[in-house]
Design a protein around this ligand. Structure first.
Ligand SMILES: CC(=O)SCCNC(=O)CCNC(=O)[C@H](O)C(C)(C)COP(=O)(O)OP(=O)(O)OC[C@H]1O[C@@H](n2cnc3c(N)ncnc32)[C@H](O)[C@@H]1OP(=O)(O)O
Length: 415
């Protein structure tokens, strides 16, 4: 059902209108057209997953797209429609164009058999109204040079190698280490296409903001790469000498020794005084290794927002941490098929059976909060303390235990 004002219509985006799609996005985000970026980095979204809204003059007034991710979830994975490139021209905003695009997005995602959608929110206040719940946080640390790490056996035997990043040669290696280091962590989206991998290692001059060209450091056990980081230094000279900053784009390690070796290299580069980490999960090994876990600066932010589109398919796609037999009463203003009472029966193996029931509800919540719980990074008990979930304390604690994940969810790159 369209909510568009008169004169507007939803349209596909043919190849010949890709420049107009980009231009609409740039108008909304104050972006600058850059042919060099377009040459170096192929457009990352499949043509058939781009949509636009035409205004009364026939030009694009709003656009959006989605990635076809396979998102890790606790104990499994799920087809996930990664909403992105959402943009409404400033001269067409607050007329319901986003609201209409969200309807298009959820309908098309469901038609493709994608039970879940996820996104990064440009502004955190936008997406809750559409049933997206804040499902993960990330932390970024600013660390002083030589921040000490607790020692790890075996780290001294590892070697480090430094080279400039080569976009053509290094994409596969960087992605391979990234996926293996993720180790099934919920939300850890793979960069499955060549276009996304190109962005991971891409280094167009317009992205550098005064940094040197991107570097790759690998940590090796003999010839085997056990860890790597993408980073660049920013030159700066103060009154008392060099004051460079190390900006780390990605850091991936396969074991504690490689983690130690990688970060001890990044934390003690000559001429530098400050190291900025990439987005890290809230339980990242670096946070455990720091002798003084009080960085110069620690910023915690909302990471993935998750929306259940097909409730039973989404809930059965993941495994659960504890057996359960609970009745959930769910509200969903946008997708009534998800609303009502559902029995979530989890067996000893963590496998769920989800079915409609007429039984009394143990826990009442909106689909937004179910999305927040989905990746295992939120507590039903804590959400209830904020008045967002309702039920007896034993039911809430049980739900918290059932939905929990041993690894905190995060996606360490923005899509
Ligand atoms: C996943 C991503 O791609 S995130 C990127 C989102 N894009 C941007 O931030 C780019 C700049 N901004 C824009 O393009 C637009 O202003 C958008 C997409 C944020 C909103 O588009 P609009 O067409 O104006 O939204 P629409 O008119 O459908 O508003 C729906 C509701 O959301 C609210 N809303 C919209 N944007 C915001 C916001 N930034 N903060 C808080 N509320 C918002 C509206 O007030 C409205 O509320 P109501 O239903 O109570 O009246």
């Amino acid at each position: 059902m369209s909510t568009l004002p008169a004169g507007y219509r939803t349209v596909d985006v043919p190849a010949e209108r890709l420049a107009e799609f980009r231009g609409t996005d740039q108008l909304a985000f104050a972006g600058t057209p850059d042919p060099e970026i377009e040459k170096l980095l192929p457009f990352p979204i499949r043509q058939d997953r781009l949509m636009a809204v035409e205004g009364p003059d026939g030009a694009f007034a709003a656009v959006h797209g989605s990635y076809d991710f396979v998102m890790p979830v606790p104990g499994g994975e799920v087809a996930c429609s990664g909403l992105t490139w959402v943009a409404v021209r400033p001269d067409h905003r607050r007329r319901g164009l986003l609201t209409s695009m969200i309807r298009t997005h959820v309908e098309r995602s469901l038609d493709r058999g994608e039970p879940v959608s996820a996104l990064f929110a440009a502004e955190a206040a936008i997406y809750g109204r559409f049933g997206y719940g804040s499902a993960a946080d990330d932390v970024r640390l600013t660390l002083p040079r030589r921040a000490a790490l607790r020692p790890v056996d075996g780290a001294d035997a590892l070697t480090v190698h430094l080279e400039r990043v080569d976009q053509d040669r290094h994409g596969e290696l960087v992605e391979d280490l990234y996926v293996r280091a993720g180790d099934g962590r919920p939300g850890w989206m793979p960069r499955a296409t060549p276009a996304l991998r190109a962005r991971t290692v891409g280094d167009p001059p317009a992205w550098r903001h005064g940094n040197e060209p991107l570097l790759l450091v690998t940590v090796r056990d003999g010839e085997e790469v056990r860890g790597l980081a993408l980073f660049a230094r920013k030159e700066s000279w103060g009154e008392s000498g060099p004051d460079y900053t190390v900006k780390v784009r990605q850091a991936s390690a396969l074991d504690p020794a490689a983690t130690y070796r990688l970060w001890s290299f990044l934390l003690d580069l000559d001429l530098t005084t400050t190291v900025e980490t990439p987005m890290l999960p809230v339980d990242d090994a670096l946070l455990q290794l720091l002798v003084t876990p009080r960085p110069s600066r620690r910023r915690t932010a909302d990471n993935l927002w998750v929306r259940l589109l097909d409730l039973p398919a989404a809930l059965t796609a993941r495994r659960y941490a504890a057996p359960s037999d609970v009745v959930l009463e769910v509200t969903d203003a946008l997708l009534p098929a998800n609303a009502g009472r559902w029995r979530l029966a989890v067996d000893a193996s963590g496998t769920a059976d989800v079915s409609r029931t007429g039984a009394d509800a143990d826990v009442r919540l909106d689909v937004r909060e179910l999305g927040a719980l989905y990746l295992g990074g939120r507590s039903a008990t804590a959400l209830a303390a904020a008045g967002l979930v309702h039920g007896e304390r034993t039911s809430l604690d049980g739900l918290t235990a059932t939905f929990g994940s041993s690894l905190a969810p995060v996606c360490p790159w923005v899509f």
